[in-house]
Design a protein around this ligand. Structure first.
Ligand code: GLC
Length: 619
């Protein structure tokens, strides 16, 4: 592996290391969340990083206010005694998705269905420009998860179940974030996550939430959930996410490690450790995988950042051991994120007690400074304010619309009811999700969990359909599907409730009673029934799909609902292909070699050919 830095830059790092006190070195290893940072502490403690967690926005939530907030932290860092520029991090996992007005792209499960690395590279570049516009230079993406149990609430953050496809699209996204070079003015540092085998955890193994006494800890209290935690837990929330991956080493190496190898070869300088465990050992304390494999065998020369409050899980109640074990295992920067002074004091005490070596501290800080120097932060700690005009710009929304078009997967099309003819005398559109921007964006949008309604500027599917039908009056929108009129075609748009992380873990994957009631009403009133599903994963629809004339998996398309309407109405072809097997029954949602599927990975129709893939034999 060639080192990412010039001799001159490496000498700068060694000079800084030689000048820094232990406190300043530990300050660089500390990442705090922006609402917890007291004014002046970035300078006083020399904090290496501040982040916005999901929904960690300034008020007002505007690109300008974001830029002002981030620039304030950077300015403070330059005023610290050692003057090392701060690196601000955000989860821009489908565009700069915390920022109102930013372009929101399809979530990764939809991008996997495009199988288009060039498109994903352009999405990475557009995302980098919008992120850099707010003076942010670190993006906690791409997730290179390989979801094995589709009930996982983070399935939609995975591109596919195919390691090669995940590697190709992740590298494309990384190249997009990088642009002309890591030291170019609008490059953004990717964080490849969550290392490793985060998508292989088994149902029922997560200990993240104590289901008996659900005391909403600080982090979970941040999640303003509509349904209430008790209801979500009863549906299976926090049963999988952050659990234990029981797989053997051969599977870990053949399925879950390849995207990291590809990302490191592409020059990434940050990896985020996974909350999950492998064979019972927490990844954040897994020295063999974090140091021997990632940094040794794979030659990773950047830094490992912990996940949010993740080290606290290592030894509940014994924070000193949490800190020592994580840093000794190979965690270089800790996403504390709340009580950052406790972390600093604890790590200092562990070093002074000889339980963490000075050499380990120097190695961690050297890795952090390698990324900061590679990004050119010392020469250019802030980006060009003129970039603000690019946030949500038409050119980026056009890329997002292209991605939406290419992400749609047509899985049934009896008699070629699709594409819809613009000459249709009338089209019944049913389902609140047809006119709900929040539903089509999903989680990690403006807030951590996402929401409903016009949470940010964009176009709903209904608005797109009305644009496609020259006479909008022909598009009859009946949210609950109750009508006495008769229609040649009824279009029902169904959506999962938005969710993020373990909040989206579910015991079963099925349509809700409300969905089924809507479908029954629409079915009665139309000759042909088209169903569009907005979801973060396949749902078990084996019993329902025979009653539909056409079915489109639209995933979580983001702000550009026009893209869905354009393909439904034939302005663009269906080209999407499944990036995951589509399970036949609830017994098949946790994929194994014997799982039965309604459709296999790679399935997808193009109406021109009209071939209808044989449905797997129903049980
Ligand atoms: C979250 C997620 C991680 C995210 C981080 C910061 O808990 O696990 O993907 O990057 O915290 O928001």
């Amino acid at each position: 592996m060639t080192h990412p830095l010039s001799e001159e830059n490496r000498a700068l790092i060694e000079r800084l290391l030689g000048e820094m006190t232990l406190g300043e070195k530990i300050g660089q290893m500390t990442q705090a969340e922006k609402n917890s940072v007291r004014r002046g502490d970035v300078a006083r403690l020399g904090l290496g990083s501040v982040l916005s967690g999901g929904g960690g926005s300034p008020k007002p939530n505007t690109p300008e206010a974001w830029r002002e907030m981030v620039t304030g932290f950077i300015r403070e860092s330059l005023a610290s005694p050692v003057g090392i520029p701060l690196l601000y991090g955000v989860d821009a996992v489908h565009g700069h998705n915390n920022v109102v007005g930013a372009t929101i792209f399809p979530h990764n499960i939809g991008l996997g269905a495009t199988r288009d690395p060039d498109l994903v590279r352009r999405i990475g570049r557009a995302t980098a420009l919008e992120v850099a516009a707010t003076n942010v230079r670190w993006d906690f993406a791409p997730a290179v998860s390989l979801p094995q149990d589709l009930r996982w609430g983070r399935t939609y953050e995975g591109y596919s179940q195919d390691p090669a496809l995940v590697s190709d699209l992740a590298v494309a996204y990384i190249e997009g974030l990088r642009g002309e070079g890591w030291d170019s003015p609008t490059s953004v540092l990717p964080s490849v996550k969550h290392y490793v085998a985060d998508g292989a955890t088994a149902f029922g193994t997560s200990t993240r939430v104590n289901r008996l006494g659900v005391t909403l800890d600080h982090t979970l209290a941040l999640a303003r959930t509509g349904e209430g935690m008790r209801s979500l837990l009863n549906q299976g929330a926090w049963q999988i996410d952050q659990g234990d991956s029981p797989i053997d080493e051969a599977t870990l190496r053949s399925v879950h490690l390849p995207p990291y190898r590809a990302a490191i070869e592409a020059g990434v300088l940050n990896v985020m450790a996974s909350y999950s465990s492998w064979q019972g050992l927490k990844m954040h304390a897994h020295r063999s995988l974090l140091t021997d494999v990632l940094k040794g065998e794979l030659g990773f020369q950047g830094f490992v950042v912990s996940d949010w409050e993740a080290i606290d899980q290592l030894h509940p109640g014994d924070y000193a051991s949490c800190v020592a074990d994580a840093v000794n295992a190979g965690v270089d920067m800790v996403m504390v994120p709340f009580d950052y002074e406790r972390f600093i004091h604890t790590l200092r005490a562990e070093v002074e007690a000889g339980r963490v070596s000075g050499a380990r501290i120097d190695d961690a800080v050297r890795r952090i400074l390698t990324a900061k120097v590679a990004l050119g932060l010392f020469e250019r700690p802030s980006t060009d304010e003129a970039l603000l005009s690019l946030v949500g710009c038409p050119e980026h929304r056009a890329v997002a619309r292209e991605a939406v078009r290419k992400s749609l997967v047509l899985l049934k099309n009896e008699g070629n009811v699709l594409p819809l003819s613009p000459d249709l005398p009338a089209l019944l559109v049913a389902g609140e999700a047809a006119d709900d921007l929040g539903a089509q964006c999903g989680g990690w949008t403006i807030t951590w969990m996402g929401g409903h309604g016009p949470t940010t500027p964009g176009t709903t599917i209904l608005e797109g359909l009305r644009r496609q039908f020259g006479h909008p009056a022909r598009v009859h929108y009946v949210p609950n599907g109750e009508t006495s009129s008769r229609y040649p075609v009824g279009l029902a748009v169904l959506a999962e409730e938005p969710y993020a992380e373990g909040m989206g873990d579910r015991r079963e994957l099925r349509l809700s009673p409300k969905h089924l009631a809507l479908l029954a009403r629409v079915r009665q009133q139309c000759d042909r029934l088209v169903v569009v599903l907005l979801s973060g994963r396949p749902l078990v629809i084996t019993e329902q799909v025979p009653d539909w004339d056409a079915f489109v998996a639209a995933w979580l398309p983001g702000t550009e609902g026009d893209g869905v309407a354009e393909v439904l109405c034939g302005a663009a072809p269906f080209t999407g292909r499944l990036g995951f097997d589509w399970p036949l029954s609830q017994a098949d949602v946790a994929r194994t070699a014997t799982s039965q599927n309604l459709w296999k990975i790679g399935a997808g129709l193009t109406p021109v050919s009209g071939e209808i893939p044989p449905l797997s034999p129903t049980p």
